[in-house]
Design a binder for this molecule. Structure first.
Ligand code: SF4
Ligand code: SF4
Length: 365
């Protein structure tokens, strides 16, 4: 990994990454993206790390905000992933990270929930195909924590005449393995999952979770190969169905609300805004259009719950200035932000775009 060493040496100390990092925003300049990558040679040489240094490597949601602003294109989040890879191989990662990795490998979801309940949310009104070239991947957070998103997504697809197929042996996408440098595990995981999806004859896979989308789209080809099916985020499908007038909105709303962007779909930020506009939502921008992570992913939530909660509260407090409703298109953001705001006693609701769209379709379904 000589490239990474050279990349770290190319840092011009501009500190731009400090300003955008959600961790640095809430706990200060002792834990910066720059500081994380400067630990590379120490980690590579197996030198002892201080507690602060160790924490710095794991105090990252791998949101990529630092990469986006680095003027010399240092792949900061990849270097953090590589440092975690070395620490994991040495058995030095945090205990909760080890535990979650085991949950994914043994129970097929990060929370260790009973995987036989993955499809318990399916209700009689949903039209699903036994076999179809269009598949729908629910994702762990939706299946086990926010099933209303899956039901609404399928109702919207049904309204456009699409009856997707669910995958009996759906897997966790394995994003947590990617984020924590578990390269051998994600290689095997990607191979098994791509082969399985292809064996079902699926040509187009619709996914609600931006993390699942990014993992299958970008990480699987790196660790295994390009899938032979197309992978599309649900928001892109919704936008297309609206633009092609394949769904009719009978119950438009007239509201204004802030939208929390998903880090893994930050290159598609126009799609959710276009959908919301057609539903009748005037989207308000918080953070002047900057994408600020919810603070949950990559082990930040289990390993550093206070920091993770403080990061979530950045979005909650900003939103609360203008609204009691936040909108999102990421189930993990919704799960995390709603839990944190409830714990903090802040009265705010957070809704997924699919649910809003389902409501707006109304009777014409
Ligand atoms: S990936 Fe996000 S959380 Fe991690 S160092 Fe970069 S900006 Fe900070
Ligand atoms: S933005 Fe890039 S060049 Fe600037 S301090 Fe951070 S890592 Fe170094």
């Amino acid at each position: 990994m000589g490239d990474y060493k050279q990349a770290v040496e190319s840092c011009i100390d501009c500190k731009k990454c400090w300003d955008v990092c959600p961790v640095t925003k809430v706990i200060g300049n002792e834990y910066t993206p720059q500081g994380k990558i400067e630990l590379l040679s120490k980690v590579e040489s197996g030198e002892e790390l201080s507690e602060k240094e160790f924490d710095n490597i794991y105090l990252s949601s791998r949101c990529g905000a630092c990469d986006d602003v680095c003027p010399v294109d240092i792949p900061i989040k990849d270097i953090i992933q590589y440092e975690r890879n070395i620490l994991a191989k040495q058995g030095r990662e945090p205990d909760k990270t080890k535990y979650i990795v085991q949950n994914i490998l043994q129970h097929n979801n990060p929370g260790g929930r009973d995987d036989s309940k993955r499809f318990d949310w399916v209700s009689d009104d949903l039209k699903l195909a036994e076999s179809s070239e269009i598949g729908y991947m629910v994702g762990c957070w939706i299946a086990h924590a926010r099933p209303e998103i899956a039901r609404s997504t399928i109702r919207v697809l049904n309204a456009a005449g699409i009856e997707p197929m669910l995958m009996d042996k759906e897997k966790c996408c394995g994003l947590f393995l990617v984020d924590n440098g578990h390269f051998e595990e994600i290689k095997k995981h990607a191979r098994e999952y791509i082969d399985y999806i292809e064996s079902l004859g699926i040509k187009k896979l619709i996914v609600s979770c931006p993390g699942c989308y990014r993992t299958i789209k970008d990480s699987y080809p790196k660790f295994y190969r390009e899938p032979k099916f197309e992978i599309v985020p649900a928001v892109a499908v919704f936008e297309e169905l609206l633009d092609e007038k394949k769904i009719v909105l009978e119950n438009k709303v007239n509201i204004s609300a802030p939208l929390i962007d998903a880090c893994h779909l930050k290159n598609m930020r126009d799609s959710p805004r276009n959908i919301l506009k057609q539903i009748g939502v005037d989207t308000t921008e918080i953070f002047d259009g900057e994408v600020v992570c919810c603070g949950a992913p990559a082990g930040l939530k289990p390993n550093y719950p206070q920091t993770s909660a403080d990061i979530a509260m950045l979005s909650v407090n900003k939103s609360k200035e203008t609204s009691d409703l936040m909108l999102s298109y990421c189930p993990f953001c919704i799960y995390h932000i709603s839990g944190v705001s409830e714990n903090m006693g802040v009265d705010i609701q957070i809704k997924d775009i699919s649910v809003l769209l389902d409501d707006a379709i109304g009777k014409s379904k």
